[in-house]
Design a protein around this ligand. Structure first.
Ligand code: HEC
Ligand code: HEC
Length: 292
């Protein structure tokens, strides 16, 4: 009773404003903290899009490298920062997780990331927060025969890229009998579509994350139509088994072989024009029998 009486309207408002002030402080603090955090996440998202998304998805499945959804639960923050800065150093140091990953992904070296530590942390923070696209990729409609043909022509270099990039077959091979002996410098691409999916391929073809390939296409970016055609062609290799079947080339080989053998024989005949074509004693024999 006595307490209630001593509490004048004046002191009540004072107490209220006091607690409001604390609330306001707390809210302001929270806001600026989350503002900072979201700015950091934005920077992380941008780096991810630019530097990583060609090889990694978050929740969209494996591409060139592993799906990074939940990676912050699998690995510590310190490990992630070190790995992203230079995975090859970590492998060289013999870090067991790094070595295991490197082996699992066919000894493909993830490129080093030249970002200052704060940016690397932003990237890792983004990986931790990103929910990714849980939705699997929409299956593409089967490619049209036109696209496949165009893609094949571009791949093997019988059609040239608008900006003059090199034919893919200079470095890559596919099991397709229409392409005679593609390069073996880089990976076989027969199953690339299945492994990487259309958006994985698009990422790689838009800005190749592999130093050798990036150099080859530097300043000679592929157009969207060219990427579509190449994707269609690579899709056709996985989708239609008959494209990957060896062609029945028996007759051609036989004709080619016979022709080659004939040419060689003619060459040898010409080279040894002055060889003896008859037995040594032929003339003696003729002289004697004909009574010369
Ligand atoms: C050229 C393709 C490529 C690019 C670009 C790339 N990575 Fe990787 N990443 C890989 C491969 C391949 C592996 C698997 C390990 C190996 O072979 O070295 C990997 C592994 C990882 C791992 C380990 C995953 C796990 O399961 O522990 C993390 C994390 C990672 N990458 C993050 C990134 C980030 C972040 C970026 C962008 C800054 C990036 N990567 C860019 C190819 C790439
Ligand atoms: C100068 C050589 C070169 C040329 C030309 C080239 N690439 Fe590559 N490509 C590479 C290298 C090197 C890699 C890295 C992977 C490896 O070592 O095989 C690669 C990787 C790839 C990958 C990822 C392979 C995988 O399964 O992880 C794809 C897809 C690819 N290239 C498609 C193409 C296409 C399509 C073209 C034509 C537009 C092309 N490349 C032209 C050298 C080249």
């Amino acid at each position: 009773m006595a307490r209630a009486l001593t509490e004048t309207p004046m002191t009540m408002t004072k107490r209220l404003t006091g607690s409001r002030l604390v609330m306001a402080w707390a809210i302001a603090g929270l806001l600026s903290w989350s503002g900072l955090a979201s700015a950091q996440a934005d920077a992380g998202a941008q780096h991810f899009q630019k530097l990583c998304s060609a090889c990694h998805s978050i929740g969209g499945g494996k591409r060139v490298g592993p799906d990074l959804k939940g990676v912050t639960e699998r690995r510590s923050k310190e490990w992630l920062v070190k790995w992203i800065a230079s995975s090859s150093s970590l492998v060289k140091q013999g870090d067991p997780d790094a070595v295991a990953l490197f082996e699992e992904y066919g000894k493909l070296t993830m490129p080093d990331t030249a970002l200052p530590p704060a940016e690397l942390e932003a990237l890792v923070a983004y990986l931790g927060g990103a929910q990714g696209s849980a939705a699997p990729e929409r299956p593409r409609p089967p490619p049209s025969a036109d696209d496949i043909d165009r893609g094949l022509a571009l791949f093997q270099g019988s059609a040239s890229f608008q900006k003059g990039g090199p034919a893919c077959s200079a470095c890559h091979h596919v099991s397709h009998d229409a392409i005679v002996g593609g390069g073996v410098l880089a990976k076989e691409l027969t199953t690339a579509y299945e492994r990487l999916g259309p958006s994985g391929l698009e990422g790689i073809l838009k800005s190749p994350p592999f130093p050798v390939m990036a150099r080859a296409f530097h300043g000679k970016e592929l157009s969207a139509q060219e990427i579509d055609a190449l994707t269609a062609y690579l899709q056709s290799l996985g989708g239609h088994a008959q494209y990957a079947q060896p062609r029945a080339d028996g007759l051609k080989l036989l004709l080619g072989g016979s022709l080659g053998a004939g040419l060689l024989m003619a060459l040898y005949a010409a080279l040894w024009r002055r060889r003896k074509t008859e037995p040594v004693n032929q003339r003696i024999f003729a002289r004697q029998t004909l009574g010369e």
